[in-house]
Design a protein around this ligand. Structure first.
Ligand SMILES: *Cc1c(COP(=O)(O)O)cnc(C)c1O
Length: 439
């Protein structure tokens, strides 16, 4: 198989430092919601590279925008001179993001650099030394973004001085047995009154769905309650929508399900439709703190900015928020129906086209990471690509292109269910998955 040879060339040439592999996937081409291997085998892409390929592969709107920007080539950056496409992107993001007062946009390359910038500038601008975030949170893979994250995959990485992590509200595994989240809100309030004084806290980082922590959807009202609590102490809310933002959950911004408006919004992954671009949208008094405070050479690169503009426009013209809600509901529905005869599926949850499937030992409800590892491997053998997330590595995560069709949702759900059942039946050996320790 020629796919194997591409994979072995990768092994010989590309650093393991940048790999998180689950099976020997080697992609020759992409087409819509499919990835195509060298031998022509088509795989239904239910991950979209962790949500980055938001319009699928080879969308004409994205191609045209990138081609157009390359033809004009208005410099490479906004660092020391502006360009029309980057300005239009910033203006569009401001228009699409509700918020009060004078606001600014910072453009970066990744979710990591965007969150790192927020973690640096908010304490500086507010002159408050503390920050809060959730355990299980993944805010990035650079030093500064890891320092405000709480994911177990980053255990051992130094945290920001003054960072306080609190549990994320997980209705399936509730804090103090309270699935409503109120016990957790009370606990956070207690912290703000005691060991983590609220008036010393600059900001609270939150994912409106905790994705890498296990695709956890918070109970209704929790984040709104938390935002109210933060407002009482002047704590800025930072909503990290890098994975679940921009139409994926059935509304343009995921926080719109939660009845609050964050002070600072962080976007990435799907914003560029596969090209590297991220954005922070926040109050001018924070975002204009000092020139050159958080800079890299290629900010506002017109090709990447054009890609982002094309994604935002296409979300509108193809009504992708609505599509994600309808197709996502169907995808979840098919999985839920099938899961009734698969006791190893402990929970199915999500919003729109962000779906999590938690795999457990049915007798104890304990997380089953081994089953997750074998399921994603089996799914790749059967013709679907998706990975797993979670502090216990036991939650299958589906973040397909927003352009997924109803038929593909049905096909994807069937592949997933078969993969779980095959993995339970022992069709994947320990040796098969041994090279893919995952995370
Ligand atoms: C992926 C992710 C990041 C980091 O983005 P990169 O582009 O990998 O740097 C940050 N926050 C969330 C919620 C993410 O899912």
């Amino acid at each position: 198989m020629t796919g194997a040879s591409l994979y072995s060339r990768d092994e010989a040439a590309l650093s393991a430092l940048q790999k998180l592999r689950f099976f020997p996937l080697a992609v020759a081409r992409g087409e819509g919601c499919y990835l195509i291997e060298e031998d022509g085998r088509r795989l239904l892409d239910l991950s979209a590279s962790w949500g980055a390929a938001s319009l699928g592969h080879g969308h004409p709107a994205l191609r045209d925008a990138i081609d157009g920007a390359l033809a004009v080539q208005a410099g490479a950056s906004i660092l020391s001179g502006t360009n029309a496409i980057a300005v239009e992107l910033a203006e569009t993001l401001l228009r699409l993001t509700p918020g009060d007062g004078d606001r600014r946009v910072w453009l970066g390359h990744s979710g990591s650099d965007a969150n790192e910038t927020v973690a640096r500038v908010v304490p500086a601008a507010t002159k408050r030394p503390r920050m809060m975030a959730f355990s299980g949170a993944y805010h990035g893979g650079t030093q500064g973004s890891m320092a405000v994250s709480g994911h177990s995959a980053q255990d051992g990485v130094a945290k920001e001085d003054g960072l306080t992590l609190v549990p994320y509200p997980d209705p399936f595994r509730p804090f103090n047995g309270d699935a409503s989240g109120q016990a957790l809100l009370d606990y956070i309030e207690h912290l703000l009154e005691t060991s983590c004084p609220g008036e010393e806290v600059a900001c609270f980082f939150m994912e409106p769905i905790q994705a890498d922590g296990g695709l956890i959807v918070p109970p209704p009202g929790f984040l709104g309650g938390l935002a109210k609590l933060c407002a009482r102490y002047g704590i800025l809310t930072v909503c990290d929508e890098v994975k679940v933002g921009l139409a994926r959950t059935g509304s343009l911004h995921c926080y719109m399900h939660e009845g609050f408006t964050p002070d600072i919004l962080v976007l990435g992954k799907g914003l560029g439709g596969g090209l590297p671009v991220s954005a922070v949208i926040g109050p001018a008094w924070v975002m204009d703190h000092a020139p050159a405070f958080s800079m890299q050479t290629l900010h506002g690169n017109p090709v990447c900015a054009a890609a982002a503009l094309a994604v935002l426009k296409t979300i509108g013209t193809e009504h992708l928020s609505h599509a994600a809600r309808v197709t996502g509901d169907a995808l979840q529905g098919h999985i839920l129906t099938g899961a009734q005869s698969v006791p190893e599926i402990g929970d199915v949850r999500g919003r729109g086209l962000a779906v999590g499937v938690e795999l457990v030992d049915p007798s104890t409800n304990a997380p089953d990471a081994d089953l997750a590892r074998k399921t994603v491997y089996r799914a790749w053998q059967l013709g679907a690509v998706f990975y797993y997330v979670g502090m216990q590595s036991n939650v299958l995560e589906l973040t397909p292109p927003l352009t997924l069709t109803a038929q593909q949702a049905e096909e994807g759900a069937a592949l997933l269910l078969t993969a779980v059942q095959d993995a339970c039946a022992g069709l994947v050996s320990d040796a098969d998955v041994a090279p893919f320790a995952g995370w």
